[in-house]
Design a protein around this ligand. Structure first.
Ligand code: ATP
Ligand code: MG
Length: 406
């Protein structure tokens, strides 16, 4: 993509009235634009990062046997009356032109259970795992910290269906590993902890994936020996690490990037989701659910991968692989850079073809944070070369044009 085609401009200074790093930097670098508190537009650069994160998650969910669907965001309120959740605080209520009461999807248990009920009748139909990556709406009281707490945000939600607790537990254990792999692939592996948390009404505990960050809203107790943690809200129940018994736990601020939850028959029961076992007896389906906050995850990566000049995106999430920059107004340099742009393949290269000064171009490049910077000028061309610099290093080196690839 060419700078001259990019309609978004970076800002010289961070937006005012924002405190969290992700809100400040993502807006300053032109990745997102705030419409109102908790509601953001994803601009071309930000959307490219979000798509890369979503594709990693999609690959891992597919590997775990998940089948992708896309459920509606608009739900009949009746489904929530069935589960007794029509009055939960985060639910947005609306009424259609015909007077039908509806709500905006804040999660999809009430939709996925009646959906799979159409298709599950026998033990042969189980286990089953269904997921989607979709926009959720929550009437959050404190929409703040940029992408961390949205009123509208993206979530990956997966639901699994099993014949019994044992079958569920095997899958749940597997999903813990799948989640660890997801967070590793997006560059959050080291800072993300499998965390014991309270489970709400229908299960005693749940497992959260918490990423250490100063802008986080949660407090966790981290065990350095086995890389797990305990949420502040249940620390009094435990006091020491549940995995290795270590009582020397470190208190840290964190953000919940994902969680996995046993649902038992909490949602199968109200919708009568049952199956016939081998003897023909009707049994309730046992469920689990598995969420990842996709936009929150992007925010967490942004909080961590930056320095005072801007972003330093991990290779596989960066909006582009290389930032190609031409300096000066020599026609020859411009022509040569056009050729390099075509050879490298335009899909993963951002080409700064603007007439701005070197200083402005470098500042922008550091702010946007693409991993590799390639500079072409009359000076480098005298050596048939370009100048390479990685965003995470100070070193520059000249490389012959014919040896260049990204
Ligand atoms: P929290 O405790 O942060 O409110 P939650 O327990 O309500 O999260 P879930 O309903 O399980 O979260 O949603 C699954 C995932 O979606 C969470 O782990 C989190 O990463 C993300 N998420 C939840 N609420 C929001 C929000 N308002 N904005 C952005 N992401 C969110
Ligand atoms: Mg919540």
């Amino acid at each position: 993509m060419r700078h001259s085609e990019l309609f978004v401009k970076t800002l010289r200074t961070p937006p005012k009235n924002e405190e969290s790093v992700n809100a400040k930097l993502l807006e300053q670098a032109g990745f997102v634009q705030k419409l109102m508190a908790g509601v953001y537009t994803f601009l071309p650069l930000g959307l490219r990062v979000l798509n890369k994160i979503e594709n990693i998650v999609r690959e891992e969910m597919n590997k775990a046997g998940g089948q992708e669907v896309l459920m509606p965001a608009l739900h009949p309120q009746d489904n929530y009356i069935k589960t007794g959740r029509e009055n939960i605080d985060v639910l947005f209520h609306i009424e259609s032109a015909t007077g039908k009461k509806m709500v905006l999807g804040q999660s999809h248990e009430e939709i996925v259970v009646p959906l799979v009920k159409h298709f599950i009748s026998s033990y042969r139909d189980l286990p089953l795992s269904v997921y989607q990556i979709q926009t959720k709406f929550r009437n959050e009281l404190r929409a703040k910290s940029g992408l961390f707490r949205g009123i509208e945000f993206r979530m990956k939600d997966m639901y699994s269906f099993h014949r019994d607790e044992k079958n569920f537990e095997n899958y749940y254990a597997k999903m813990q590993e799948v989640y660890s792999e997801v967070f590793k692939r997006v560059g959050l592996g080291e800072r993300t902890y499998l965390t014991r948390a309270s489970g709400g009404t229908f299960s005693k505990y749940s497992d959260e994936f918490q990423t250490l960050t100063e802008s986080g809203e949660d407090m966790i107790y981290v065990c350095d020996k086995c890389h797990t943690a305990i949420n502040d809200e249940v620390i009094n129940d435990f006091k020491k690490c549940q995995t290795c018994g270590n009582s020397d736990l470190r208190k840290e601020k964190s953000i919940e990037v994902g969680n996995i939850f046993p649902l038992k028959t909490r949602y199968s029961d109200p919708f009568g989701l049952t199956y016939k076992d081998e003897s023909g007896a009707n049994k309730p389906v046992v469920m689990g659910c598995y969420g990842i906050g996709m936009t929150r995850l992007l925010g967490a990566v942004a909080e961590i991968y930056h320095d005072e000049k801007g972003f330093i995106w991990p290779e596989n999430l960066a909006p582009f692989k290389a930032h190609l920059i031409v300096l000066g107004d020599s026609a020859e340099a411009r022509q040569k850079t056009e050729e390099i742009y075509a050879i490298l393949g335009v899909s993963e290269v951002l080409f700064d073809d603007s007439p701005r000064s070197a200083g402005e171009k470098f500042a922008d490049s550091d702010l946007i944070g693409i991993p590799l910077r390639i500079v072409v000028s009359e000076k480098t061309l005298k050596e048939d070369s370009v100048e390479l610099k990685r965003r995470d290093s100070r070193e520059t080196k000249l490389v012959k044009i014919k040896e260049l690839h990204v």
